[in-house]
Design a protein around this ligand. Structure first.
Ligand code: NAD
Length: 349
């Protein structure tokens, strides 16, 4: 398995392959950059088709974390971990504790948190072996706990900014929104969108989750292969990445794409395809920064929950600025975000 010639390799500082025969743990931790501070980013637990796919994912996601943390104004670099759910994978406290030991070997260069497939309980188990972990239950108004509601809050602000900019609407009342993936973030987002008066169309592999949002928020369910091409105002991808491709973009019927998933564009060219189709794209790592803001504040211990909400509230205006720059310069929103993130990292802490 090649690392340095992997198409997602971007001069990552460190890549740690973690294997433990006794518990069956196979994981990869990628530290992309510690220029701005310790590399912060979640651990994803997923059944990858191959080890190569897992490596590609962790390399790409960790680079995205460097950009996300920089754009959120955090003094953290970018990192990510994946726990590979292979055929014989068996979740156990011992496996997650062993993963925690691997995180500890990096001596704080990598700080882990929750991502797809993880839970606060798993984070607590990891925390039995390493101090470099966040997303732990918080008390007394302190920042901490499951970052998903804060991620959803930031996305709500980003959606409001995009709808105002593209559709000229001051509220989300009667705005039609398709949400792909009703997991930790998707569920909270649906609750917030419903409260704001939006109408929801949803899809998820897990029908229990779909039923819940239909019952609680009056959402309409569609098939997995229909959610991307719904005739609605806005698509919020909240499942996995690479959903915006040469194949899917021509089938989109929306005016805006704004959602939680990391790495929504399969390739950088997909940003141009969206632009050519007249679709406003909210760069993923800018709009979905609410969770990492929560995680960073928990780790630093210097901002309470109210302070986190103030930082998360800056996501909407940050996106508006990117949208306006895009129109003024004729450049893609994704390019503008990448350039700004790289400039912040190059300027140093
Ligand atoms: P999650 O695992 O709780 O939810 C993902 C959901 O997507 C699951 O319900 C799953 O069944 C569904 N799904 C998977 N493939 C699907 C498909 N093809 N079609 C429809 N549904 C599908 O994860 P999450 O924490 O809600 O994160 C969602 C996305 O947001 C991920 O890409 C994650 O990296 C990103 N993200 C999450 C956070 C956070 O705070 N949790 C922060 C930033 C970004």
């Amino acid at each position: 398995m090649s690392v340095f010639s992997n198409s997602a390799f971007d001069d990552h500082e460190r890549v740690l392959f973690c294997r433990d025969e006794q518990t069956g743990l196979s994981a990869i931790i990628a530290v992309h950059s510690t220029v701005l501070g310790p590399a912060a980013g979640g651990t994803r637990q997923w059944a990858y088709a191959s080890d190569e796919d897992a490596l590609y994912d962790v390399l790409r996601l960790s680079q995205g974390m460097s950009y996300k943390n920089a754009m959120a104004g955090l003094k953290f670099g970018g990192g990510k971990a994946v726990i590979i759910k292979s055929e014989n994978f068996k979740a156990s406290d011992a496996l997650y504790a062993r993963f925690g030991e691997f995180v500890e070997t990096l001596s704080g260069d990598y700080i882990t948190a929750e991502d797809v497939g993880m839970s606060p309980h798993i984070m607590q188990t990891i925390a039995t072996r390493t101090q470099y972990v966040t997303g732990l239950p918080a008390e007394g108004g302190k920042a901490g706990g499951d970052p998903s509601p804060k991620t959803a809050r930031g996305i709500l602000g980003g959606i409001e900014a995009a709808v105002r900019f593209k559709l000229g609407r001051e509220t989300l009342q009667d705005t039609s929104i398709a949400v792909q993936g009703i997991g930790n973030v998707g569920y909270h987002l649906c609750a917030m969108l419903h409260e704001a008066g939006a109408t929801l169309t949803v899809a998820d592999i897990d029908q229990t989750k779909v039923q819940r949002v239909c019952d609680e928020f009056g959402a309409s369910a569609v098939a997995l292969d229909e959610i991307l091409c719904c005739d609605v105002d806005l698509l919020a991808p909240c499942a996995l990445g690479a959903v915006l491709t040469a194949d899917t973009i021509p089938r989109l019927q929306v005016s805006i794409v704004a959602g939680a998933a990391n790495n929504q564009l399969q390739t950088p060219e997909d940003g141009q395809r969206l632009e050519d189709a007249g679709i406003l794209y909210a760069p993923d790592y800018v709009i979905n920064g609410g969770g990492i803001i929560n995680v960073a504040c928990e780790y630093a211990g210097d901002v309470d929950d109210e302070g986190v909400m103030e930082l998360v509230a800056q996501i909407g205006p940050r996106l508006t600025d990117i949208f306006e720059t895009s129109v003024a310069t004729g450049r893609l929103t994704s390019e503008i975000a990448d350039e700004r993130a790289r400039q912040i990292i190059a300027a140093g802490p």
